[in-house]
Design a protein around this ligand. Structure first.
Ligand code: TYD
Ligand code: MG
Length: 454
């Protein structure tokens, strides 16, 4: 009698995607507790076939040049993050919380592409075509070049791609689609990975640009994140407070542009709108005479933005005082507090310290050190910074102020927004293009800046 083969089960970590032969409480790969979920392993003979088309090796000189053409959407905030548009044939993963506006932005991108006579295939795996139509009407999309199908089966979707030959394919979302030969449910790590792989290979072979939408899990990671992030060329995160209308699109990986770049949008009734003057967003409009606030011209990606740093110190009632940051690198703050304590003799050991970058951006460059230090001191001494002066500079361990990069771009943005005074590192004085209407004070010591400003 032929023996039936029992399907082999493996336990897959829902956070990092690594597989274990048996269940354990803690993932041996990423160390997370309770993330292992039973999945039926793919039988060997059903494993993914090679998709990239069995071409024989050829000399590299004979490989035809890939066109590095880019699909320019005309949505500038988006094009800039992408490094000047979507590279033809590339794969983009866009992640974010439910309801943040992922479907909206991809529909708007599709709309712009169809206006340049490109054919877009939108696979709506989560909503019916009627629901998508409602959204499209709200966004005033009226192009016959935008094809829409509500489908979840990868084989069917692949057949559509082969048949309709679109220039751009959108899968909304990757967690809802499945391959029939993979015996696990949609949304599991194996299914997400295998489905994405099938689509990525198909689109790469055909030179079609592909955009995958992914939901962020509770822990803030895309399901099966590591495997998906390796597979695609660009990973974007769409973030923002659901209680505020501003949304930040952030590139965390980009094979064709710089990472760290952000695009800023506002959710309006007629869809997402680009924010024309983003620096204004990150400066609390409150009283300039408040204590504990400093504005720094920080570089976010390649763009200078004025960002307000707020700090609060308050007497601690615990043996270990509390330190909290939001939008600032924790280790940098710890270093700055140590410099303040040792070099300037400020007794912060008895204080709880909270530091925050306004507006939900992440400022992780050392150029914001001086702003953080002065904000903390301003709160501690309960004195506002003189004349709302901007502060720029990296702080070294001996309390010296070190130079920053792209000084001229930063000065320009500061002057453009009407600020009158800025402190910069003395070493940046060379090759300075001084913009009109802003007084530049240079300094090389933290002690010196404190005496001047507070
Ligand atoms: P949606 O794109 O459906 O989010 P996701 O795909 O990330 O789950 O957007 C959802 C929210 O956006 C919803 O609360 C309604 C709001 N919205 C607007 O405010 N204006 C608009 O024009 C559209 C289309 C949506
Ligand atoms: Mg959606």
């Amino acid at each position: 009698m032929k023996q039936l083969k029992r399907p082999k089960t493996v336990y897959v970590c829902q956070k990092c995607g690594s597989a274990c032969p048996r269940w354990v409480g803690r993932c041996p790969e990423c160390g997370e507790w309770g993330t292992l979920v039973e999945e039926v392993a793919t039988p060997q003979e059903q494993k993914t076939k090679p998709f990239l088309g069995g071409d024989k090796p050829i000399p590299i000189t004979q490989v035809k040049n890939l066109t590095t053409a880019r699909l320019v959407t005309g949505i500038q905030e988006f094009d800039r993050i992408m490094g000047g548009g979507i590279v033809v044939g590339s794969t983009i993963l866009i992640g974010g919380d439910p309801g943040i506006g992922k479907s909206t932005i991809v529909l708007q991108i599709s709309h712009k592409l169809t206006q340049s006579n490109l054919k877009v295939l939108y696979i709506s795996a989560e909503e019916s075509v009627y629901q998508s139509k409602l959204r499209a009407e709200r966004l005033q999309i009226d192009s016959d070049n935008l094809l829409i199908a509500s489908e979840t089966n990868i084989e069917v979707i692949s057949a559509y791609i082969e048949e309709y030959k679109p220039d751009f394919v959108i899968i909304d979302s990757i967690q809802m689609v499945y391959r029939t030969e993979i015996p696990t449910a949609p949304g599991t790590v194996t299914q997400v990975r295998e489905s994405a792989m099938a689509l990525v290979y198909l689109c790469k072979r055909k030179g079609i640009s592909l955009m995958l939408i992914g939901h962020v899990t509770k822990e803030g990671a895309l399901a099966g994140p590591r495997t998906l992030e390796h597979m695609v060329d660009t990973v974007l995160y769409f973030e923002g407070d659901r209680f505020q209308s501003f949304r930040i699109l952030r590139a965390v990986k980009n094979r064709f542009g710089s990472t760290n770049e952000i695009g800023i949008f506002e959710m309006k009734n007629e869809g997402l709108e680009e924010v024309a003057n983003p620096s204004e967003l990150f400066i609390a409009q409150a009283d300039r005479k408040a204590t504990g606030t400093v504005i720094v011209p920080a570089l976010i990606g390649t763009r200078p933005l004025l960002i307000e740093i707020q700090a609060l110190t308050s007497r601690s009632y615990y043996a270990t005082p509390s330190r909290r940051v939001s939008g600032i690198d924790f280790n940098r703050m710890a270093m700055i507090l140590a410099v303040l304590e040792r070099r300037l003799g400020v007794p912060l050991g008895s204080q709880d310290v909270f530091v925050n970058a306004v507006g939900g951006v992440k400022v992780d460059e050392p150029a914001a050190d001086l702003a953080v230090a002065i904000a903390v001191l301003s709160s501690y001494k309960n004195k506002p910074v003189q004349d709302g002066t901007l502060l720029l500079g990296e702080i070294g361990l001996s309390g010296e102020i070190r130079p920053v990069n792209h000084i001229n771009n930063r000065l320009q943005e500061s002057a453009r927004l009407g600020f009158k005074k800025i402190v910069i590192p003395a070493d940046n004085n060379k090759r300075l293009l001084k913009p009109e209407g802003i007084t530049i004070i240079s300094s090389s010591s933290l002690q010196n800046v404190v005496e001047m400003m507070l």
